[in-house]
Design a protein around this ligand. Structure first.
Ligand SMILES: NC(=O)C1=CN([C@@H]2O[C@H](COP(=O)(O)OP(=O)(O)OC[C@H]3O[C@@H](n4cnc5c(N)ncnc54)[C@H](OP(=O)(O)O)[C@@H]3O)[C@@H](O)[C@H]2O)C=CC1
Ligand SMILES: CC(=O)N[C@@H](CCC(=O)OP(=O)(O)O)C(=O)O
Length: 338
């Protein structure tokens, strides 16, 4: 495609882990061109200095400090910022009529009271919540295609919702338990004691007991009441969500997943229990499920790459739909293994 026909894209949070992944995927995208990059502490630095692995694709780009005027001539905005930051800029982006895909949690929940309950602060722009479609294409494709703004789902909710949504007629949603483990990139790039090598290496621990904010997203999409426990696994990328619920009766949840995702470009259903390494670097979700006649319960499992299907890949999949591009443009279906 000629440069003039490229979609000039602004990336807010370009210096973070998700920003890096957006740039990696955009380098293989036929239409999305990263025209302006924004960051905070890295503002002023060249992209090769911030993300050396991207140097050959973008030798001349520089990370800037964001100002609204920078959106002139921009056709698409991706934001991968810490929670709360998108509330200050969303109205301006929407007023300019620029398609906007946000990955923060600011516009994922559909009501302000729920946001305040789980994020411990009032929502600054509750009137905008209804303008965002929830960004998981496999469960909300038509709304995303018609939307000007999409709130891409959180990484854990993406995995759990993909595993459970097709099973809602088979299980009691009041009995759902989700145990999910994430790679350490899920916590972002900044140095923290909890994600330091000596803390994480050879270690495995649960966190956020009874209080993780992703519970609200899962309940919004699945209904019922969900007990969610996240775990930090000693790996760089990947999420494995193992989900349990009481079955309404004998059922075939594997067949239900296979039927729901037949023809989906990024969902693979199989009898084999998914592994995170099967999806690394790809936008794929690998899924399985079983009914246990002994306990009357269902177990459903999903593996995704938190930085791709759980973040940057899902953002690009949503943008492809919004812009009328091929849904799979720029997105790998195969993982890096071993
Ligand atoms: N990592 C993951 O797997 C997933 C992350 N998310 C969400 O996506 C968002 C980004 O995540 P991730 O990339 O991991 O985070 P990082 O911490 O790696 O990156 C954060 C980015 O935001 C920028 N930033 C920080 N503070 C400000 C500020 N005050 N003003 C402007 N820019 C700022 C940083 O700039 P600088 O570095 O220059 O200071 C950096 O570019 C978060 O909301 C996260 O929860 C969602 C799904 C998965
Ligand atoms: C391992 C790890 O720390 N993960 C993050 C999830 C990050 C994410 O993707 O979710 P949001 O976009 O909703 O922040 C956490 O549990 O806070």
């Amino acid at each position: 495609m000629h440069m003039a026909a490229m979609i000039r894209t602004a990336i807010l949070g370009a210096s973070g882990f998700v920003g890096a992944e957006l740039l990696r995927l955009a380098a293989a995208h036929s239409a999305i061109w990263p025209a302006r990059l924004f960051g905070d502490s890295h503002a002023g630095a060249s992209l090769p200095a911030v993300h050396p692995h991207l140097a050959l694709a973008y030798p001349d780009l520089v990370v800037e400090r964001y100002a609204s005027e920078a959106l002139q001539d921009i056709d698409l905005v991706f934001a991968a910022l810490p929670h709360g930051h998108s509330q200050a800029i969303a109205a301006d982006i929407l007023d300019r009529g620029i398609p906007f895909v946000d990955l923060g949690a600011d516009f994922r929940l559909d009501d302000a009271a729920s946001y305040e309950r789980w994020y411990n602060e009032p929502h600054a722009t509750p009137d905008l919540l209804g303008r965002f479609a929830y960004g998981i294409p496999e469960i909300n494709r038509d709304a995303i295609r018609d939307a000007k703004a999409v709130a891409a789902a959180g990484c854990y909710p993406t995995a759990a919702i993909l595993a459970l949504k097709p099973l809602l007629g088979l299980i009691d949603p009041g009995t759902i338990t989700v145990d999910a483990a994430s790679g350490v990139t899920g916590a972002g790039r900044a140095a923290k004691e909890e994600t330091a090598f000596c803390t994480v290496d050879g270690n495995f621990a649960a966190y956020g007991l009874l209080s993780h904010r992703h519970t609200a997203e899962m309940e919004m999409a699945l209904g019922g009441s969900i007990l969610f426990t996240p775990h930090l696994a000693p790996m760089t990328r990947g999420i494995l969500a193992t989900c349990y619920a009481k079955a309404l009766g004998p059922c075939d949840p594997l067949a239900a997943l296979a039927e729901a995702y037949a023809g989906e470009p990024f969902a693979h259903v199989s009898e084999r229990s998914p592994q995170t390494k099967w999806v690394l670097g790809s936008n794929a979700a690998h899924l399985t499920a079983r009914y246990d006649a002994r306990t009357g319960r269902v177990v459903a499992i999903a593996a995704i790459d938190n930085l791709v299907k759980g973040a940057a890949g899902q953002m690009i999949q949503c943008a492809n739909l919004m812009l009328g591009l091929d849904e799979d443009a720029g997105l790998a279906k195969v993982g890096v293994y071993p």
